[in-house]
Design a protein around this ligand. Structure first.
Ligand code: PA5
Length: 464
């Protein structure tokens, strides 16, 4: 396989079952229906008018990021990244894919790197048992600088750093360039500042300093991540809808959503991809789950993303996938080539449950099980697509991030919604600010307190 990503959408289409799949004639008509939207999308990428392409220009930030990472790696044993949502999930996916799920347990020349994305005091205490603040660099990542969870974590660990005698000027702050609290703090403490392009939203920021600095700190070449993104970008803008993987998949998923396939499952057949699955869930859900269209109509757009892990979840949620409601479309993702193959030895030749393994490999088994699962779902009337990744390399992963970001934005264009905002999460944030006593939200405090008290009165509690 020469290409870094290959996409097979053949089993989203079926001649026999036009109810659960797209019929061949409907598939052939997709270009006529949506080709003009795709061409406009291609144009926005080509002319670098789409926010996605801001990542491609992050190349210029890489030399400074590399030298900062080198400096950090030489001076610190631990790096603690504080962030949430798009400020945490992408970096996690990068490290898991390229350094493995047990990176922090393996003895190595690079610092151990922890990404903390919740305000659970129990979790924080556990981190504190493992991390020596005297040997830890803090990287505070928040595009807006106002996210209350990350702000809370920063306050706490800033205090701990001072207690441990650390230098606040060593803290790295990664945020929007705007005039806000986080930039004021960075300047007054003399912290190292990395700015995320203003129009690059949090969940699309993995291919910027948000993902690049953690990657470089653990020894991953961020230039290669970006090279993969450039390759995918080039392929998306070059091919017409007929030959275009992005058009074929995006238009088909949209068509299936209109047919009632309201859940989009990404079934990853590699433990290197489970964090990528969580990144996908956030990107898909927050970008496509929108009440209003750009024309201000109520559309309640989107499909619900789910991610699971093969082969493990074949012994769990697969039963529901097979026999539960037919409201899902499945994406299977696997890696074609992994460096560490395991060949089975012939340990129990007389036992039929064990002898057939002899000479086979574990990756072969994983791929056979993936295929078997996919085929059995298709047989049962469940539409499936599959993505094969060439290898475990930064180039392939960078391409994959860009492919999914582009897929989401193109799908949003089909829904005619804004993929970059998240109005649905603002209300909860405002209530939190107000109830926690943030000054500029004090005018709403009594209203929210009243609502909270009514809410409590409406509870019906059964005690056991
Ligand atoms: O995609 C988004 O904009 C959000 O999911 C953010 O990433 C998340 O809310 C964290 O925001 P911030 O980076 O501003 O702290």
């Amino acid at each position: 396989m020469n290409e870094i990503i290959s996409v097979d959408i053949g089993h989203l289409i079926s001649e026999r079952d036009g109810l659960n799949f797209i019929s061949p004639s409907d598939f052939n008509a997709l270009e006529k229906k949506y080709g003009h939207i795709f061409q406009a999308f291609q144009m926005s990428l080509q002319e670098k008018k789409s926010y996605l392409t801001l990542s491609l220009d992050e190349e210029r930030a890489i030399p400074d990021i590399k030298s900062l990472a080198k400096n950090i790696a030489a001076r610190y044993e631990h790096v603690l990244v504080l962030g949430i949502g798009g400020s945490a999930l992408g970096a996690r996916a990068v490290i898991q894919y390229l350094k493995g799920p047990l990176y922090n347990l393996i003895q190595q020349e690079h610092p151990r790197l922890f990404i903390l994305d919740n305000i659970d005091p129990v979790l924080v205490k556990y981190y504190e048992e493992v991390i020596d603040m005297g040997k830890t660099l803090i990287m505070y990542v928040s595009k807006s600088g106002s996210t209350p969870e990350t702000a809370a974590l920063f306050i706490h660990f800033y205090h701990r750093l001072k207690e441990a005698g650390g230098d606040p000027a060593d803290i790295v702050i990664c945020c929007d360039p705007g005039d806000n609290g986080i930039n004021h703090i960075a300047k007054s403490l003399g912290c190292r500042l990395l700015h995320i392009p203003h129009n690059l939203p949090g969940r699309y920021s993995v291919l910027s300093s948000v993902g690049f600095l953690p990657a470089e700190i653990v020894g991953i070449d961020s230039g290669q991540l970006l090279e993969g993104a450039h390759m995918v970008h080039q392929s998306i803008i070059s091919d017409g809808p007929q030959q275009n993987a992005l058009f074929a998949l995006g238009a088909s998923l949209f068509e299936l959503a209109l047919k009632g396939k309201s859940i989009h499952v990404l079934f990853n057949y590699s433990n290197l991809l489970s964090e990528f699955g969580l990144w996908f869930v956030q990107l898909w859900a927050e970008s496509l789950g929108k009440k209003q269209s750009l024309a201000n109509n109520v559309v309640n757009a989107g499909t619900t993303p789910l991610t699971c892990l093969g082969a493990t979840d074949q012994h769990s949620i697969l039963q529901l996938f097979k026999e539960g409601p037919g409201d899902k479309v499945f994406g299977f993702m696997k890696i074609n080539h992994v460096a560490d193959e395991i060949q089975f030895t012939n340990e129990f030749p007389t036992e039929k449950e064990y002898s057939y393994f002899a000479g086979r490999t574990m990756q072969e088994q994983l791929h056979v099980e993936q295929l078997a699962t996919e085929m059995s779902l298709v047989t049962d009337g469940k539409p499936c697509y599959s993505i094969t990744l060439k290898d475990v390399s930064p180039k392939t992963l960078g391409g994959l991030f860009y492919f999914f970001e582009a897929l989401v934005v193109f799908t949003a264009n089909l829904w005619n919604i804004n993929p970059y905002d998240q109005p649905g999460v603002e209300e909860g944030k405002n209530i939190t600010y107000s109830l926690m006593g943030r000054q500029d939200y004090s005018h709403k405090k009594s209203k929210y307190e009243q609502e909270v008290s009514t809410y409590h009165e409406e509870r019906r509690i059964y005690s056991i």
